[in-house]
Design a protein around this ligand. Structure first.
Ligand code: ZN
Length: 55
């Protein structure tokens, strides 16, 4: 089952999702990013970068 990465609440199909994972809303995605350490944050940012593949 999908769960919000921030609050761990079970989610429906119409939740907010992106490459990082699933969230209740964009707001919880935002809070999730702020809760990460610098190192984890960089990893998340890298997962968004589409240019890293065509090196
Ligand atoms: Zn949530």
């Amino acid at each position: 089952m999908k769960k919000c990465l921030y609050c761990k609440k079970p989610l429906d199909d119409d939740c907010f999702s992106n490459k990082v994972g699933y969230f209740c809303s964009e707001d919880h995605f935002d809070k999730y990013l702020k809760s990460l350490s610098d190192e984890e944050y960089v990893e998340v940012q890298n997962s968004f970068c589409v240019c890293s593949d065509d090196d």
